[in-house]
Design a protein around this ligand. Structure first.
Ligand code: 2E4
Ligand code: SF4
Length: 328
């Protein structure tokens, strides 16, 4: 860990900013995919579900001509549709093909990796326990890869009632954006029941989720208040506020932007820590820091707990069309 000191402050007040925070490689790729699709094909470009779970990202892309739909039957035949970063099940791909839609798949490659693991375990006829949150789009997409083999486990409390065909052939997988500590507690409970439990070949909780949780722990343990920027349906953002509280923060609140901060949260508060989820544009964090500065808090100190340099190539179907357009 290293700390960049901001302006010295004599009031006892301080603001710390987690690093890393905000956009991960998968979100960057998904948002650029929609932007480039709008440039290349022109509006409207349809997007199935929110491209990422952030209301500002969605409304910005909407203002540029993206049309967000819940299901493919809302997309006119022959139109272009982008699949969100959270992934889709094979039935959605099949429906798009049947409807003659042109698809661009912005599923994060680290979500696709979990889909491959699900297919592999199912191919070996394992019962797969998928740790995740019911109704989350990523869970629906992953479970759809092998619905006959996969059952959802949401917490250690669910483990007692799991029924499998063969206790010697059980594997677990997870959503990419869960709390690392909670997930390990669930895995421990599963392993206590099924000692031969097979682990995923590599971590399903992705590097960005893990790094943001480590970073918030660094700035939360002695904070009077932690502000997490992120939308209410953003799993990884909601987890950051929970992790902050577990790490010892006296209070933690998630906000979409500075306008949602309640002035009363600052009563008697000296040490404020700020972070943001993987789907959150940095301008929204800047807005929160500006709000604090207007109320007499000093410049933020960035607390670095990990470096990130991963970049994903754009979806191949989009790259192909971009290349063709460049050739004229
Ligand atoms: C795809 C997979 O999954 P979560 O609700 O945290 O999604 P969000 O869109 O907030 O974050 C980006 C993302 C996308 C995370 N994992
Ligand atoms: Fe991909 Fe992780 Fe970002 Fe999700 S949080 S989009 S899995 S890199």
């Amino acid at each position: 860990m290293s700390v960049d000191l901001g302006m010295p402050d004599t009031s006892g007040r301080g603001v710390r900013l987690a690093a890393p925070r905000g956009y991960c490689a998968g979100v960057d790729r998904a948002v650029i995919t929609v932007e480039k699709a709008l440039d290349l094909y022109g509006a409207p470009v349809y997007v199935r579900k929110q491209i990422v779970h952030n209301k500002h990202v969605v409304s910005d892309l909407e203002s540029r001509g993206a049309v967000f739909v819940e299901e493919l039957d809302e997309v006119p035949s022959g139109a272009t549709v982008v699949f969100s970063a959270h992934g889709v099940s094979p039935t959605v791909h099949a429906e798009a093909k049947e409807r003659g839609l042109k698809t661009i798949d912005a599923t994060c490659p680290l979500v696709t990796k979990v889909h491959h693991e699900a297919k592999r375990f199912a191919g070996d006829d394992y019962d797969i326990l998928l740790i995740g949150h019911e109704g989350h789009e990523e869970v629906e997409g992953t479970a759809g890869e092998a619905p006959e083999h996969i059952q959802l486990v949401q917490s250690p409390a669910d483990v007692e009632s799991i029924v499998v065909r063969d206790p010697g052939k059980v594997a677990w997988l997870s959503q990419t954006t869960l709390s690392v500590d909670e997930t390990m507690a669930t895995v421990d409970a599963i392993r206590a029941r099924f000692p031969q439990l097979l682990d995923p070949p590599s971590d399903d909780i992705c590097y960005a989720t893990q790094n943001r949780q480590l970073a918030v722990k660094e700035i939360a343990h002695d904070a009077d208040l932690v502000i997490v920027v992120g939308s209410a349906n953003s799993s990884n953002s909601v987890r950051l506020a929970e992790v902050a509280l577990e790490a010892g923060a006296r209070a933690a609140h998630r906000v979409d932007d500075a306008s949602e901060i309640d002035e009363a949260w600052l009563d008697g508060v000296d040490k404020v820590s700020v972070t943001s989820g993987a789907s959150v544009p940095e301008a929204l964090v800047d807005g929160v820091l500006g709000y604090l500065a207007e109320r007499g808090y000093p410049d933020a100190e960035a607390v670095h707990s990990a470096e990130e340099s991963l970049i994903f190539a754009l979806p191949p179907e989009l790259r192909r069309d971009l290349r063709a357009a460049a050739k004229g």
